[in-house]
Each structure stands twice: as structure tokens, then as C-alpha cells.
Design a protein around this ligand. Structure first.
Ligand code: ADP
Length: 220
């Protein structure tokens, strides 16, 4: 079956990164065309993606045969092979695809992809390294930096918040952070408001400037 719908995604390169991306998209109900030059990568995903094809994506005629131009979103998940990543990205850009994502394995690789005009360049290894640094250093249970300097931190609430409605804690004024959501043991995540009262066993999401949000997560 050919898939070429607006809501589908083509993933080119089915190594560890491309594979995990493709399977997560499938799990969320998105149709996925997977492409890889290696037969073993294609075989191992057979039946798990909407369609998996063994082909060389660096060749524009191959991309045309696969009707890649019908996809709104394409991910070039070839990191290790710089030449293949550049050739594939360049061919996709020449086809006028509106949303091309590409994985870079180094800062230099990322610069080249950006210079080509790739719309979204990701560097999973350096991004994850930075994230883990924040987890290792602090009290955060999880950490997402939305952009440089602004973050969401998951942590336990410091003792000074226990038993007091958030609106009465002076949190924003004193610490420059917002508590966006909380989770009581065994319950679902809930949006926090001024009436929210936290306890020692709860988990919270702190939103704010990175240093302030991390500093607040560090309080006991
Ligand atoms: P990972 O995601 O595991 O870190 P890589 O970036 O090394 O891995 O993954 C690259 C994937 O892209 C491999 O599965 C490789 O077979 C695939 N690939 C697809 N097309 C090509 C090509 N023309 N040349 C080289 N590799 C390609």
C-alpha cells in the first residue's frame, strides 16, 4: 500500500534514532514510510511501520519513485554518514518539501544542514548530554529547556509549600517561577492554580527562567 497523506511522515535512515522516532509516530497513530539502504534495518521493521522500503535516499530519482514529495514532513535520520545526510537533505530541499527535519551528529554537521536550508536540525546526543547534566547536578526528576534560558523542571515540592494554597505562597514574586502542574501519588497530572495545596509526596512542574526554576527545585 502506498501512503502519501498530509498526516504521514517519511523517516529516512532507520538506525537507533530513526527507528525509535518512526515507532513512536506509529504508536501515536501517524502513518510512517521508513527508508533505509540497509536490508537488515528494513527487515527488522517490516510490519511495524505502514511501509518500509530498502532504497538509497541520496538519489533524487529514488526519492521521486517513493513519492516523497507527497509528504508534508520528512525526517533525515542519517547522522553517521555526513555525505549521505547532505545529499539526501539537498535532494529533499530541491523537491520543495515544506518541513524537513534532520539529525546532525556534530556541531559542524548541524551548521552545514542549516546552511542548506533544512528547516529543523536536531542534535540528539549533545541535547541529551546537556539535559542529563542538569539531572545529575540538581534535584530535578526531569528537565526540559524550552529555549536557552527557559525551562520546565519536574521535582518534589520544597517544604515551605506544603499545606499552603499556592496563591498564598508569594512564589512568583519571591522566586520568579510558576508551578504549572502537580501530581498527587496515584493520581493524574492536574493544572495548578491559586487554590492548589501541595504535600510532601506530590510531584510538581516548575516553569521559569532556567536558573530560577533549577534553584527552586533545589530548595528542601
Ligand atoms: P543512529 O541513529 O543509530 O545513531 P546513524 O545516524 O548511523 O545511526 O544511522 C544511519 C542510518 O541511516 C543507518 O541505518 C543507515 O543504514 C541509514 N542510511 C540510509 N541511507 C543511507 C545512505 N545512503 N548511506 C548511508 N547510510 C544510510
Amino acid at each position: 500500500r502506498r501512503i502519501a497523506e498530509a498526516d504521514s511522515v517519511a523517516v529516512i535512515g532507520l538506525g537507533r534514532f530513526g527507528r525509535s522516532l518512526a515507532l513512536e509516530l506509529m504508536a501515536g497513530g501517524t502513518e510512517v514510510l521508513g527508508v533505509d539502504i540497509r536490508d537488515d534495518n528494513v527487515q527488522s521493521l517490516n510490519g511495524q511501520l505502514t511501509q518500509v522500503v530498502r532504497a538509497d535516499p541520496t538519489k533524487p530519482e529514488v526519492l521521486r519513485q517513493l513519492s516523497i514529495d507527497q509528504f508534508d514532513r520528512v525526517v533525515v535520520a542519517i547522522g553517521g554518514n555526513l555525505e549521505a545526510s547532505i545529499l539526501t537533505s539537498s535532494a529533499l530541499l530541491a523537491m520543495g518539501l515544506p518541513s524537513i527535519w534532520a539529525k546532525a551528529d556534530s556541531a559542524e554537521h548541524a551548521v552545514i544542514l542549516e546552511q542548506l536550508g533544512v528547516h529543523h536540525v536536531v542534535q540528539p546526543e549533545s541535547d541529551m548530554g546537556r539535559k542529563v547534566a542538569h539531572l545529575v547536578r540538581g534535584a530535578a526528576l526531569d528537565y526540559i529547556e524550552i529555549e536557552r534560558g527557559y525551562a520546565i523542571v519536574k521535582s518534589a515540592p520544597p517544604e515551605r509549600l506544603w499545606g499552603i494554597p499556592l496563591g498564598k505562597t508569594g512564589l512568583r514574586k519571591e522566586f520568579g517561577v510558576t508551578i504549572a502542574a502537580f501530581k498527587k501519588p496515584g493520581a493524574d497530572w492536574t493544572n495548578a492554580d491559586a487554590e492548589t495545596v501541595l504535600g510532601a509526596d506530590d510531584t510538581i512542574l516548575i516553569v521559569g527562567p532556567t536558573r530560577k526554576a533549577e534553584g527552586f527545585a533545589q530548595l528542601r
